[in-house]
Write a protein that binds this ligand. Structure first.
Ligand SMILES: [Zn+2]
Length: 347
């Protein structure tokens, strides 16, 4: 069968294997036929050789952590043949640490977790894969064209879950949210904000392309001015760019008792910044700044509900390119107007 693989650490080792072995029974009872995988910045880093780890004893890593497939067989009876399914990316560490021991593997303490298509587990960019019932998330049948968005949606479902847990340390009646960055994570964070009835503002540099229209279609306001100049005192800021200057401005932007959630990963870069001013802002306003990554089972289930309630046409418009597997190299080459690029296994 076909599989998209890299040799981790070797730049541009991306290839499409035609004779990849069928998934091993030990990977899980549920056998799945791949429909699509989504591609994100993590994939680009792995293809560049900056990141990624092959399974023990293997030299190649199958890519793909944003999965969507159709169940072929499930002897456990958890799902039915024909059901749409996505596989949870991260598996708990084997020790396990206190968080992994209770299913909160997104909060792993020892770093020994594994991740499909990223760290020591084969990914979902192959014609067939297997998944254990506890890592299989069923999707509403209507989500067939867009279900590979479940993984990025799970990341923002976790972010919102933790924002709300932090917010409820005191009386919590948020009204306004500022999202920085209108990529897939920022747009999905904005979607979940609108589902909460919040007044949503999204900031991005792009003045052309699909982003302004996608934000307005949510009923949200689109901004292109610097964060500090946005005339708002948001209760929540969700930072999705990882750009150091934007991150710093975002940390100072929340209103009193506000919560700032950082979801972007920054490149190393030194910038001048007034640590005293940030300290005064956080202390005198009771603000919280926290980082958020990955998602556990509960967040995947919340994300599946959020996608099922969303406007299908809007979700579909996040997918700006759908590339057949045979043209895989094109799919892994980013272009300026991409929001989400999807590798299509049905062709
Ligand atoms: Zn752990």
């Amino acid at each position: 069968m076909r599989a998209v693989t890299v040799t981790p650490g070797v730049p541009n080792s991306l290839r499409l294997a035609d004779d990849h072995p069928e998934p091993l029974a030990e990977e899980g009872a549920i056998l799945v036929e791949a429909l699509a995988v989504g591609i994100c910045g993590t994939d680009h880093e792995i293809v560049a050789g900056d990141y990624g780890e092959a399974p023990p004893g293997a030299s190649a890593l199958v890519l793909g952590h944003e999965s969507l497939g159709r169940v072929l067989e499930d002897p456990s009876g958890t799902l039915q043949p024909g059901d749409l399914v996505a596989g949870i990316v991260r598996h708990p560490d084997p020790v396990p640490c206190p968080n992994c021991a209770v299913g909160e593997w997104d909060m792993c303490r020892n770093g020994e977790y594994t991740e499909h298509g990223i760290k020591a587990l084969p990914g979902f960019a192959r014609d067939r894969w297997r998944v254990q019932p506890r890592f299989a998330v069923g999707l509403d049948p209507a989500l067939a064209p867009v279900g590979m968005l479940l993984e990025p949606a799970s990341v923002v479902a976790k972010a919102w879950d933790h924002i709300e847990r932090i917010g409820t340390r005191a009386e919590w009646q948020p009204q306004t949210v500022l999202v920085t960055g209108a990529g897939p994570i920022g747009l999905l964070a904005a979607l979940l904000a609108t589902q909460r009835g919040l007044s949503v503002h999204v900031l991005d540099r792009a003045t052309t392309g699909p982003k302004p229209g996608l934000v307005r279609a949510l009923g949200a306001t689109y901004h292109t001015e610097p964060v500090g100049q946005v005339d708002l005192d948001p209760d929540v800021v969700v930072e999705c760019t990882g750009a150091p200057v934007v991150v710093l401005d975002a940390m100072c932007k929340a209103g009193p008792a506000g919560v700032v959630c950082l979801t972007g990963v920054s490149p190393g870069r030194t910038i001048d910044f007034d640590a005293g001013a940030l300290n005064r802002e956080l202390v005198l306003e009771n603000n919280v700044v926290f980082g958020s990554v990955n998602a556990n089972r509960r967040h995947w289930d919340l994300a599946a509900e959020a996608l099922a309630q969303a406007d299908l046409a809007w979700l579909a418009s996040l997918i700006t390119r759908r590339v057949p597997v045979g043209a895989y190299a094109e799919a892994y080459t980013p272009t300026a107007d991409d929001i989400k690029v999807v590798l299509d296994f049905t062709t």
